[in-house]
Write a protein that binds this ligand. Structure first.
Ligand SMILES: *Cc1c(COP(=O)(O)O)cnc(C)c1O
Length: 402
């Protein structure tokens, strides 16, 4: 592998994020390929036994085994780190592998975590079930309430964990305040930035320590692969995350890493256009449905904060109908263009009913407490012409009696 300018951090770190998304972290083989090479290899060979010893002793750079490093995966890690403005990144098999790794690698029995109540269903499963089972206590709070973060701190609090915007209620966390509070108390903040990605929002600019991703969403953005990533300082990566990852193996496959590379090249274009489309669709729906939770609309109670933290509103928002599950399902069943699907960040417009899908496992009480009612619907607005999306929603709303 030849070093290209894409591999020289001294040069690339000055490039702007849109440039990083296309070129950051590029390595090239002796063939000078334009697109990133795909190294589907679990292991590597050596010219002599001394080289093996030097690599395992950490005295020589180079590949040893794909659970420890792989060129295609490492290129992706470099690129994501450069886009994020982070010192280090490690790719993970899925978004949930990223969240689980980011939490478990730093926690132990007796620790305490403060987590946002409004969160992706499986993130809530980690804080409600997995961590307590292993002797790590958790407090879930209304993440919009700055005072609630402070009130929940205990002497053994090690981590603050939240999403902003949150899935699917679109709650916004005041990152300057919450990350600042964490720093004062020696608490590590872990931000799940799947909804925004570094193109729309960079949590480290507001003081976050660790940024974790489902790269399945906007980063791939074309519904192809599951992937995840964790970004942090080099020190935290080397000392805290890496020993956990190298020995437990939640690694991303080189093939999936290669696909995400292709996604990142168009990430900014897609995120900006999908945000524009989401605003148009949101304005249409605002006049037609009783409740809408859309960070790009002035009717969102945290609109100003959201737009201070984000470059654009993103493709995802939620709204609700008064006729509960029956009417929400009728609306989904009436769609002719938009697909019923629980994925997000995709170039296709997708809609789902969280109470009977992504947040089903939480049970009705926890759902109501976090604002996921029976009439709530989540939409991911894609790259189609928004006029077609609005026509489809119009006829489906009519079919559902709205
Ligand atoms: C989808 C999602 C995850 C989980 O990611 P997977 O790639 O599906 O494992 C975590 N957090 C948020 C906010 C998500 O939207």
């Amino acid at each position: 592998m030849k070093k290209t300018t894409g591999q020289n951090r001294e040069i690339t770190k000055h490039w702007r994020p849109a440039t990083q998304a296309v070129r950051g972290g590029t390595w090239r083989s002796e063939y000078g390929e334009t697109s990133e090479a795909l190294f589907l290899s679990s292991g590597f060979t050596y010219d002599d036994a001394e080289t093996v010893a030097a690599r395992f002793a950490g005295e020589q750079d180079g590949m040893t085994y794909s659970r420890l490093q792989n060129p295609t995966v490492q290129m992706l890690e470099e690129r994501i780190a450069l886009m994020e403005g982070a010192e280090a990144c490690r790719a993970q098999a899925t978004g949930m592998a990223a969240m689980t790794t980011a939490l478990l690698c730093q926690l132990q029995m007796g620790d305490h975590v403060v987590a946002a109540r409004a969160a992706f269903g499986s993130c809530r499963w980690l804080t409600d079930n997995l961590l307590p089972k292993w002797g790590i206590s958790t407090t879930t709070i209304d993440s919009r309430d700055n005072d609630a973060w402070k009130a929940a701190i205990q002497p053994n609090t090690k981590v603050f964990f939240f999403e902003t915007p949150a899935n699917p209620t679109m709650d916004i966390v005041d990152m300057t305040h919450v990350c600042g509070l964490a720093k004062e108390h020696g608490i590590t903040t872990v931000v799940d930035n799947a909804f925004a990605t570094s193109v729309l929002q960079r949590p480290m600019d507001y003081g976050a320590d660790v940024v974790a991703y489902s790269a399945t969403k906007l980063m791939d953005g074309q519904g192809r692969v599951l992937a995840g990533a964790v970004c942090s300082s080099q020190k935290w990566m080397d000392e805290v995350l890496l020993p956990f990852q190298r020995n437990t193996g939640p690694n991303l496959s080189p093939f999936n890493a290669w696909v995400v590379h292709k996604g990142l090249e168009t990430l900014e274009l897609r995120a900006m256009r999908q945000s524009e489309n989401a605003l148009k669709v949101g304005k249409f729906l605002e006049a037609r449905v009783p409740h809408i939770m859309h960070p790009g609309l002035e009717s969102h109670p945290q609109h100003t904060l959201a737009m201070q933290q984000m470059k654009a509103c993103g493709p995802i928002f939620a709204f609700s109908v008064d006729g509960g599950r029956k009417q929400a399902h009728a609306l989904l069943n009436g769609l002719q263009l938009i697909d019923i699907s629980n994925n997000i960040g995709d170039a296709r417009s997708l809609m789902c009913h969280p109470a009977s899908s992504t947040h089903h496992g939480m049970g009705p009480e926890a759902r109501e407490a976090m604002g996921v009612g029976e009439g709530l619907i989540r939409i991911n607005v894609g790259l189609e012409d928004p006029a077609d999306l609005i026509e489809d929603l119009d006829q489906a709303l009519k079919a559902a009696g709205l």
